[in-house]
Design a protein around this ligand. Structure first.
Ligand code: FE2
Ligand code: FE2
Length: 323
């Protein structure tokens, strides 16, 4: 068979691979916009993991038992790990970690808006696990099949850990829901405060997401924001019954004809306001990130000095091995 008779442009060859579900790898040719879209998306995702450690890390010392502390420490460490896989995946596209961290600290890069809300009491840790990690899983499971190889592979492990996070969150709320009247009130209050921000996590509705069509064509994205949001509402509207709690939405009702739950209108003004830096904790989160980065400078210096020493001891062998 003569495969050279049809001249294909690199762009067509790329799209053909995507269509055939062949993963795109770091050394493969890719359209510049594909590369930029992925850098933006993966680094945003990495930033969200790292910033997401802040509202929860806050509760490690105050978790009500040793078991709860150990579980929460493990969860917060998992999120750090997710950040690291994702920064590494983004680096394969030609951006350095230092550049990405700079973009986060200068406010140029975004992270998930949800982490700009405060964690006021212990029940919030349950609500975050159940709703925030729950929404994250809904978003991330389809990313295990995203077209860019390193991103897809990172997501497989991340999703396994996220499902553990969701269960531990639900279990915190389940325990509170079976507790005293005050604990039940805490549980309901946390659900009330986290519900709307968590369904905003799926991003603007499809008609207001200009990048969706292109991302779908490139198979970076496989399911639209509104479809994912609907799936999430359908799951949570059932699970909340097990807790004996309610979701703060009077319009929430099963729609037999659609086979889905109907739900109320999202306050998009709040969404855009928080995204553009005016949420309750935006400044506090970035200040905490910058302080952690500055205070960690000596660790990075020590690690580089140690690596250099090892390199000299091995007579530069390691360097040759990778060259
Ligand atoms: Fe995570
Ligand atoms: Fe998580």
């Amino acid at each position: 068979m003569n495969t050279e008779s049809v001249a294909v442009t690199p762009e067509e060859h790329f799209q053909d691979k995507v269509n055939r579900e062949v993963k795109i790898e770091p050394r493969d040719w890719m359209p510049e916009k594909y590369r930029q879209t992925l850098i933006r998306q993966i680094s945003q995702h990495a930033h969200s993991e790292i910033v997401g450690m802040l509202p929860e890390g806050n509760w490690i010392t105050r978790a009500p038992s040793l078991r709860r502390k150990a579980t929460l420490i493990a969860k917060v460490q998992d999120e750090a790990g997710h950040g690291l896989y994702l920064y590494s995946a983004a680096e394969t596209l030609g951006i350095s970690r230092a550049e990405m961290i700079d973009q986060l600290h200068s406010g140029k890069a975004k992270y998930s808006s949800i982490f700009n809300y405060p964690t006021l009491n212990w029940a919030d840790i349950g609500a975050i696990g159940w709703l925030v990690d729950g929404a994250a899983i809904m978003n991330q499971v389809p990313l295990c099949r995203t077209s860019y190889g390193p991103y897809a592979r990172a997501m497989v492990r991340i999703c396994k850990e996220e499902s553990f996070h969701q269960r531990q969150g639900f279990e915190i709320l389940l325990t509170l829901s079976k507790g005293t009247e005050a604990q039940r009130r805490m549980c309901q209050d946390a659900i009330n405060r986290w519900w709307w921000p968590s369904i905003m996590m799926f991003g603007p509705s499809d008609d207001a997401s200009p990048h969706t069509a292109q991302s779908m064509k490139w198979k970076i994205k496989r399911i639209s924001n509104d479809e994912l949001r609907q799936k999430f509402v359908d799951v949570i509207a059932e699970q909340v019954k097990i807790l004996g709690m309610t979701l703060p939405d009077e319009a929430l009702a099963w729609n037999e004809a659609r086979g889905h739950y109907d739900f109320g209108t999202i306050n998009w003004e709040e969404f855009w306001n928080v995204i553009s830096g005016n949420g309750p904790c935006n400044r506090e989160r970035i200040a905490a990130r910058i302080a952690a980065h500055e205070e960690g400078a000596w660790v990075r210096e020590a690690a580089s000095a140690f690596a250099e020493k090892q390199r000299q001891r091995s007579g530069g062998k390691d360097e040759k091995a990778v060259a």
